[in-house]
Design a protein around this ligand. Sequence first.
Ligand SMILES: NC(=O)c1ccc[n+]([C@@H]2O[C@H](COP(=O)([O-])OP(=O)(O)OC[C@H]3O[C@@H](n4cnc5c(N)ncnc54)[C@H](OP(=O)(O)O)[C@@H]3O)[C@@H](O)[C@H]2O)c1
Length: 309
Amino acid sequence: MSASLGKVVVFGGSGFIGRHIVQRLARTGARIIIPSRHPGQVTPLRTAGEVGQIVPIAIDVNDDAAVAAAVAESDAVINLIGILAPSRGNGFEAVQHQAAARIARAAAAAGTRTFVQMSAIGADATSDSAYASSKGAGEAAVRAVFPGAVILRPSIVFGPGDGFFHRFGRMARILPFLPLIGGGHTRFQPVYAGDVADAVMVALNDPTCTGRTYELGGPRAYSFKELLDYVRRQAGVPGRWLVTLPFPIATLQATFMELLPGKPLTRDQVRLLRRDNVVSGSLPGLTDLGIMPTALELIVPTYLRPPRG
Ligand SMILES: NC(=O)c1ccc[n+]([C@@H]2O[C@H](COP(=O)([O-])OP(=O)(O)OC[C@H]3O[C@@H](n4cnc5c(N)ncnc54)[C@H](OP(=O)(O)O)[C@@H]3O)[C@@H](O)[C@H]2O)c1
């Protein structure tokens, strides 16, 4: 068990990856603040710690004073805030760039010792994808005001409650086919949420991580087609067709789908699928943090396999 980290503020701590991190932080005895737009929904997470150890607070991340108050006297700040698609009042630029900059600026002003910024593989301020460009701009803004920040860039993240495997598992059960966007050639290197959370814990405790950027990928890369084939077998529907959807058709379809509630597919996501989502090899990764990546075959069946009987 690591030593207590004092006060740790986890922006986005209510989310999928955040829950894994908060559980680990709680074991260290840290006092954990979780700023959220919906603090009432964070209540179940409080049971991960002792009474009063985990405190959800309401936040508007566009408000300088509110962000400054949240990070005051903190020893560490972790920013996990991110979105996959914009919604009313929650755009990529505001959430993944401006809010990241505001939180890092406030943490620097408060004298916070450690800052961890959760970015994503492919983050690039010059990208034609709004998701990737806002992640890249967010990284640069954080570095500019908090040079010692540790930036973590995961590939797609798996674990109970994830977006990718649950979503395609559900689609496999209800649709006659699964869409192989762009032929399914895009490569991914799925990484376990527990390993990402362990990486955050190392980043908080090991001063040699200061100022570095890490790319987090699992033990091997898979094509999109291999992943969908795996999903249909695990979901108990191995006969579901995998139907190629060329990029222009997928873009056209996304034009309509992004008008639906929850935006099941957006043109920006189709743009992202044109690039591989695997570690580059030019930046340090999980093994440099002393973490052996967990194979998805060990974890995904525990939540995707249909119940017996
Ligand atoms: N999951 C993946 O496969 C994956 C892959 C690469 C990178 N990442 C990055 O890892 C981070 C965490 O991902 P996740 O999968 O845990 O996401 P998630 O489950 O969707 O959680 C995202 C968090 O962002 C917060 N948030 C969104 N908009 C906000 C706003 N306007 N103000 C304040 N909070 C806001 C939400 O908090 P409230 O709703 O409580 O306010 C939520 O806790 C993100 O930055 C994501 O881009 C994830």
